[in-house]
Design a protein around this ligand. Sequence first.
Ligand SMILES: NC(=O)c1ccc[n+]([C@@H]2O[C@H](COP(=O)([O-])OP(=O)(O)OC[C@H]3O[C@@H](n4cnc5c(N)ncnc54)[C@H](OP(=O)(O)O)[C@@H]3O)[C@@H](O)[C@H]2O)c1
Length: 231
Amino acid sequence: MAEKILILGGTSEAHALAEKLVAEGHYVTLSLAGRTEKPATSAATIHIGGFGGAQGLSAFLRKGRFTRLVDATHPYAYRISENADQAAELTTIPLQRLDRPPWRKRLGDNWTEFDTHEHARDALPAGATVFLALGSTHIAAFAQRADVRFLIRMVDPPGEKVVLPRFHQIITGKPQVTPEGESDLFARSGVTHLVCRNSGGDAGYAKIEAARRINLPVFMINRRRSGKPAR
Ligand SMILES: NC(=O)c1ccc[n+]([C@@H]2O[C@H](COP(=O)([O-])OP(=O)(O)OC[C@H]3O[C@@H](n4cnc5c(N)ncnc54)[C@H](OP(=O)(O)O)[C@@H]3O)[C@@H](O)[C@H]2O)c1
């Protein structure tokens, strides 16, 4: 029987799931936070922007008569997942969560793991050239390191509100698809350290493989120990 499904997205997995569920004949709304200027097109109905917390999400689910909620958000998007948990309880609408396992360290990986962006920032040596592969909301944490040069990769140019480090260069666009593409970029730019999150999945793995090949130190910001609750 056709269901009415709300997918909380912002990931390639969410897009793929939306396409699949639409093809199966379900009524699907794919919800995006609105962070990227030109999100990929979808066969699903697109909803852009927040709901106003767990209460707002509950009201949206009830008003739209949704029968299922799917949390397919990024593993580091904690707040929206907490909202989804609460909304599922408030509305009793079944919630399903897509799990994206973290990358596992392999032979040759030169990782130092940190629990916070601030701990990673403080451990960077003076004079380093650092590639920041982080969302725009986490760049400000590195702004106080005026003794380090940063290359910052973002999908869209940073808005005026983003606090940037003193010595920085912005690279707009998505990650290179191949490890060769990433290692060429690191070598060309004289990168000495890579700072990133353990997002898991295929899309961002080329940089991890590239770092392994050229023995580039990776400062890996771990997921919260509690993580997102399993569903
Ligand atoms: N965090 C990352 O590193 C990362 C990386 C790639 C993609 N993303 C995607 O980018 C989005 C924002 O990430 P974040 O870390 O800023 O999230 P977050 O901290 O968990 O969420 C902040 C607020 O943004 C709104 N929001 C988040 N995801 C939404 C969605 N899919 N649909 C509608 N509203 C949403 C919610 O506002 P209201 O409370 O008003 O509803 C939420 O309270 C997520 O959808 C995530 O999947 C995040």
